[in-house]
Design a protein around this ligand. Structure first.
Ligand code: SF4
Length: 455
C-alpha cells in the first residue's frame, strides 16, 4: 500500500487486502468434478454454505486525532475534513498569521493584539491550527500560549541582550553554516518554522526574507565546505525547522551529506514533532531510515505538548530507528518549576524521547520576560536527580554568549573533606563519606574540618 506524501488517511474504509485475497475460486470445483467423477456419497452431505470472510475493520484514520483537536477542528474549521487536518501541508498552509485570524480562535488580550499588529521583520507570528488547538482560548498566561503569542515585552531590549547572542554569524564560513566546534557544523537549511517561538535564539534569521530556505547554490556552497573539511564528522541540520523542507529536498540533502566519507553522523534539530506531528508520515520515516546513523533532537517546552498525536509521531520516528533526544528551554512562567519539568521529562520517556538538554534561555533581544536566574535551572536539576529515574534528567547548560559553547552546570554535591574522606551530599541532603586519600576535590569547602585549608 502506497503512502501519500500529502495526507495520512486517503484510503477507503476497511483493509483492501481482505477482499483481494479472500475471493472464492469459482473454477476449482467444476474442473475437479469433470476430471474425477465421484460415486454417490454414502453419507448424506450437508448443504454447502457460503464461505464466510472476516468482516472489514471499521474505518479508522491512519493518524491519531485526540478528542480535543477533533472538537477544535469541528468548531473552527468545519470545512476541513479529518484528512485535511491530518495533512501536514494543509496545516502549513493554514497557519494562523494575523491578529484577526487568531481572534477567531482565542480571546486576545489588548497586549497580545497590539504586539502582533506592531510586528515587522524576522521572527514573524505563526501557529499551526493543530498547535492552536492546544492553546487556552481565554487565559493569556497559559504556558503554551505565552511561548507562541507575542506580547509587548518582546520589544523591550535590555542590557546584555543581543540579536546574535551566541556569536554564530562570526563563525559562519559560508551562508547557512556555523562552524564553531572542530568536528561538527550547524547547517541552517531553512528559515521556515511551523510555529515561531517567541524566545527563539535565531530570531534574527527565522522567517526573514519571506520564510525562504537556502537556495540550491547556497546549499552547494555549504556542502562543498563540508566536503573540503575532513575534520567535520557530525552535521546538525537546523534552521528554522529542517522538517519544513519537503521530502524530495530533504532526501536530496541527506543523500549528499551521506556521500561525504568523513561525515560519520547526521542529526536533525526540529520542533515539528511537537507542533506539527502530522509531518511525521510513514513516507518521511522511510526516507529518514535510509540515512542512519541519524539522530533527532526535538524541541519540547511543556507537558501540555505531549498529546496522542505527538506520541504517535515520536513512536513512528523511534520505530524507524532514530534515537530521539529532547531540548527544552527554561522559561519564566512557562516551565520554571520542578513539578512541571518532572512531568515533562517523565512524559518524554514514555514516548521514547530521552531528555537531553535543559537550556538557560539565551540573552536574545527582547527575551528578558522569559529569562530566569541561573539558580532556577540548578534547582530544577536538584529536584530531578535522585527523585526520578536518571534517564529523565537532562543536562542543564548555559550557551556562553559570544560563542563560548555549551557549559554544563550541576548542583554542588560536594560538601567538603574530612581527613582522607570526601564529604558528599546526596539527593536527599544527607552527607556521606567516600575514601579519597589522594584527592583534592572539596578542599576549602569546610574550613573548620578541612585539612587542606591549613596547608
Ligand atoms: S522552532 Fe526552533 S528555530 Fe523555529 S522559532 Fe522555534 S526555536 Fe526558533
Amino acid at each position: 500500500m502506497q503512502d501519500s506524501p500529502e495526507t495520512e488517511d486517503p484510503e477507503p474504509p476497511g483493509p483492501l487486502e481482505a477482499s483481494a485475497v479472500s475471493a472464492p475460486d469459482a473454477s476449482f470445483g467444476s474442473s475437479y468434478e469433470i476430471r474425477v467423477p465421484l460415486p454417490p456419497p454414502l453419507i448424506p452431505q450437508r448443504p454447502r454454505t457460503q464461505p464466510t470472510f472476516p468482516r472489514p475493520a471499521p474505518y479508522r484514520p491512519r493518524f491519531v486525532t485526540s478528542p480535543k483537536s477533533q472538537a477544535f477542528r469541528l468548531r473552527h474549521y468545519p470545512e476541513a475534513s479529518q484528512s485535511d487536518w491530518n495533512d501536514w501541508r494543509w496545516q502549513q498552509r493554514h497557519r494562523i498569521k494575523s491578529a484577526q485570524e487568531l481572534e477567531r480562535l482565542l480571546q486576545l488580550s489588548p497586549e497580545e493584539k497590539a504586539a502582533i499588529e506592531r510586528h515587522v521583520g524576522p521572527l514573524p507570528f505563526g501557529i499551526t491550527p493543530y498547535y492552536a488547538s492546544l492553546l487556552d482560548p481565554e487565559d493569556s498566561s497559559q504556558p503554551l500560549r505565552r511561548t507562541v503569542v507575542p506580547v509587548l515585552e518582546e520589544y523591550a531590549h535590555t542590557a546584555g541582550e543581543a540579536l546574535d547572542p551566541l556569536g554564530e554569524d562570526a563563525t559562519s564560513p559560508v551562508p547557512g553554516l556555523v562552524h564553531r566546534y572542530p568536528d561538527r557544523v550547524l547547517f541552517l537549511v531553512t528559515g521556515l518554522c511551523a510555529v515561531y517561538c517567541r524566545y527563539c535564539t535565531r530570531a534574527r534569521l527565522v522567517g526573514a526574507s519571506g520564510e525562504g530556505s537556502l537556495k540550491k547554490h547556497q546549499l552547494e556552497a555549504a556542502l562543498a565546505y563540508i566536503e573540503s573539511t575532513p575534520s567535520i564528522r557530525d552535521v546538525l541540520l537546523s534552521g528554522g525547522d529542517p522538517l519544513s523542507l519537503d521530502d524530495e529536498r530533504l532526501d536530496w540533502l541527506l543523500s549528499r551529506l551521506r556521500r561525504i566519507p568523513h561525515v560519520e553522523f547526521l542529526r536533525i534539530g526540529t520542533k515539528n514533532p511537537a507542533v506539527l506531528p502530522q509531518r511525521i508520515t510513514p513516507r518521511l520515516t522511510r526516507l529518514l531510515k535510509k540515512y542512519h546513523p541519524l539522530w533527532m533532537s526535538i524541541h519540547f517546552i511543556h507537558p501540555d505538548e505531549l498529546t496522542p498525536e505527538v506520541a504517535e509521531a515520536c513512536g513512528r520516528l523511534a520505530d524507524a530507528g532514530l534515537p530521539l533526544g529532547s531540548q527544552t528551554v527554561l522559561l519564566k512562567g512557562v516551565n520554571d518549576d520542578v513539578p512541571t519539568q518532572k512531568t515533562l521529562m517523565q512524559g518524554l520517556l514514555k514516548i521514547r524521547v530521552k531528555p537531553y538538554y535543559l537550556y538557560q534561555c539565551d540573552p536574545i533581544a527582547g527575551s528578558s520576560h522569559f529569562r530566569t536566574p541561573v539558580a532556577k535551572g540548578l534547582e530544577i536539576i536538584q529536584g530531578l536527580r535522585g527523585h526520578t529515574t536518571g534517564y529523565a534528567v537532562p543536562t542543564f547548560v548555559v550557551d556562553a554568549p559570544g560563542g563560548g559553547g555549551k557549559i554544563p552546570l550541576l548542583p554542588d554535591y560536594v560538601a567538603g573533606r574530612i581527613g582522607d574522606d570526601l564529604l558528599l551530599r546526596n539527593y536527599a541532603g544527607d552527607l556521606y563519606r567516600y575514601p579519597d586519600p589522594e584527592g583534592t576535590v572539596g578542599c576549602g569547602k569546610i574550613a573548620s574540618i578541612d585539612p587542606c585549608a591549613s596547608a
